[in-house]
Design a binder for this molecule. Structure first.
Ligand SMILES: [Zn+2]
Length: 375
């Protein structure tokens, strides 16, 4: 093949990809819509959509109402042609989701299971996953792969989970985990995976920071629908920002880190281990919890304000905090507004939209995104 032929193939592939993404993003569209919006000739678009129909990736859903002339066919991404699974490994439970190509959740489950290093753990998780997929009616032929959310630093280049304080693991080759699952596996750090749900469904390509406030505090920076990775894949490790000089000891061994003051554990521990209970009692006027919440939100507002001053973007609060705080976000907004140098406004802080199985869903969505990239 000469260079011209190679270039033609690349251009065709890029156009096909753009057209598929357009249909994916816009739901139900017609060839003339695509042609107009993407500034491609109608014959080129028609040829591309025909190819995508032949591959089973899009389907015709009838015809649009005519405004004169021939009626245009309504085209949409084929719902059940492909599926992806997501698995979230944590210290004390495992969550699983099964999604279709559109990212819709077909089935989800959560099982209590304490992590333990070694074969027995992964064998049983793998068996649960198989049962889960069976119950969800997953066709293994259609399964694009398994996304695994892992509570540690994932070095994609070295294929290594370099650190996981929460699981007590260091330098684990990803292959040592993926070999228990008979599917192509893709790994993401848990905070990144949770952030990915928010990022991939964002309405604009604007930068934002996602704070994953669960039993530990993590985070991710999103820009142009993509995560910023950082030199060592540690971008967004906001749990280890110093908030109090020589403050309380963080689980990482250093002192005064945000995680020590603002993990969801701080709230759970004050209410019999349940963050839902914490906010329920807070709503009932529990004075002791009001004091804890006041202290908590002071530190949280400091962190949020620092992030906002550095990156000038929205900040999304996710994890258990995002799920359960409800209207109490106003307390954080008020304190952030007081610290804001430029205006008395904290409205750039908001709660996450996805409030269940976000890490498992996020990494499954990433598997779908990887597939779409190569269409
Ligand atoms: Zn730390």
């Amino acid at each position: 093949m000469n260079r011209q032929q190679v270039t033609n193939i690349e251009v065709k592939k890029a156009n096909r990809n753009r057209v598929f993404r357009y249909i994916y993003k816009n739901g139900t569209v017609s060839n003339p819509d695509i042609s107009y919006e993407m500034k491609m000739s109608l014959p080129t678009v028609t040829q591309i959509t025909r190819e995508l129909i032949e591959k089973g990736l899009i389907e015709e859903l009838g015809e649009f109402q005519s405004t004169g002339g021939r009626r245009a066919k309504a085209l949409s991404v084929a719902t059940n042609v492909k599926e992806a699974a997501g698995l979230d490994i944590t210290r004390d439970h495992v969550s699983m989701v099964l999604i279709n190509l559109k990212g819709e959740v077909l089935k989800s489950a959560c099982i209590e299971k304490d992590y333990s290093p070694g074969e027995a753990y992964y064998h049983s998780v793998s068996q649960w996953l198989e049962n889960f997929l069976d119950e969800g009616g997953a066709d293994r032929e259609r399964l694009l792969g398994l996304g695994i959310s892992y509570p540690g630093i994932i070095d994609q280049e070295k294929g290594m989970a370099t650190f996981s304080h929460v699981l007590g693991e260091k330098s684990v080759p990803l292959e040592n985990i993926s070999r228990y699952f008979p599917y192509p596996c893709y790994f993401l750090n848990d905070a990144n995976a949770a952030a990915y749900v928010e990022g991939s469904r964002a309405e604009s390509a604007e930068r934002f920071v996602y704070m994953f406030v669960a039993n530990m505090v993590g985070g991710a920076i999103f820009e142009n629908y993509e995560m910023v990775q950082g030199k060592n894949f540690r971008c967004g490790e906001i749990g280890h920002m110093t908030i109090v000089p020589d403050g309380e000891l963080c689980y990482c061994g250093k002192k005064g880190h945000l995680d020590t003051y603002c993990s969801a554990k701080r709230l759970k521990e004050a209410a019999d281990g349940s963050i839902e209970e914490f906010f329920r009692r807070l709503d009932q006027g529990d004075g002791k919890l009001a004091g804890i919440w006041d202290r908590y939100t002071t530190y949280m507002a400091m962190a949020v304000n620092n992030i906002h001053m550095l990156l000038d973007c929205d900040v999304v609060l996710g994890g258990y905090l995002g799920r359960y705080m409800g209207d109490h976000i106003r307390d954080i907004r008020n304190k952030v507004a007081q610290r804001n140098t430029f205006e008395e406004d904290g409205s750039f802080v908001r709660a996450c939209k996805c409030r269940i199985d976000e890490a498992a869903l996020g990494v499954a969505l990433k598997v779908v995104a990887n597939f779409i990239e190569q269409i």
